[in-house]
Ligand binder design. Structure first.
Ligand SMILES: [Zn+2]
Length: 230
């Protein structure tokens, strides 16, 4: 889980596509890309409890490492992990990784819980840009062209992840929402937070604890990222 301050509104994919589609930019396939993958939590910050001995931090790391393995098969995508072991990483350190690497995309992986034991599946969040539209060159909605491009890329990646994760959580996508993402405050880049499965749901818990399913989730995320940059 992550601390979603000021969750603003739920948008349908279609609406977002229509609204932002006009500023979509294609990037040449020959480019090299850097992705920061963030296995959320770590060390003394365990995240949500999955079993007596396994916590969110363990599952997010397993998925992130598997995602790195998958993406490293692609010659033009470099993956930087915010942590590779069970250690504390502060929000400042996560920010520093992005400031130093200037990635093309930031993907933070969490596990969800709550909304009763029947809530299941995955949720996607993209960072809200409301208070950060600081450019003097703004469009009619008050966002700079750069922000619109990043927002559009985040939404486009969300579409791909939703489509691909459907194989692991059939018809359990719980939509795309805008939220303030504390770790991204003050940073400008395309980004998504994916909350994969609910620790409070017994079927999801079984999936999350399965090494096979963890790899399937990683492959679904990898397919999404690869097709984004193809
Ligand atoms: Zn979390």
């Amino acid at each position: 889980m992550f601390n979603k301050t000021k969750k603003i509104f739920l948008l349908t994919f279609l609406l977002v596509s229509l609204f932002w589609g006009g500023v979509n930019t294609l990037t040449a396939a020959t480019n090299n890309y850097k992705i920061v993958v963030d296995p959320a939590h770590g060390g003394s910050d365990a995240g949500v409890k999955i079993t007596d001995t396994i916590n969110e931090k363990d599952i997010t790391l397993a998925i992130a490492l598997a995602l790195q393995t998958e993406l490293s098969k692609e010659g033009n995508i470099k993956v930087i992990l915010s942590r590779v072991s069970d250690k504390d990483v502060t929000a400042e350190n996560r920010k520093k990784i992005m400031q130093e690497n200037k990635p093309n995309f930031f993907l933070s992986i969490h596990i969800n819980r709550g909304f009763g034991k029947h809530a299941s599946g995955f949720e996607l969040y993209y960072p809200g840009f409301g208070k950060a539209a600081a450019s003097t060159k703004k469009d009619a909605k008050g966002l700079s062209p750069e922000r619109i491009k990043y927002l559009n890329e985040s939404v486009r990646m969300a579409h791909l992840i939703q489509r691909n994760l459907d194989s692991v959580f059939p018809r359990m996508g719980r939509g795309l929402r805008e939220a303030d993402v504390p770790v991204l405050e003050g940073l400008h880049l395309p980004a998504l937070v994916v909350e994969i499965g609910f620790a409070s749901n017994s079927d999801d818990r079984k999936k999350l604890l399965s090494a096979k399913t963890q790899k399937e989730i990683a492959r679904a995320l990898s397919r999404s990222i690869k097709s984004f940059y193809r």
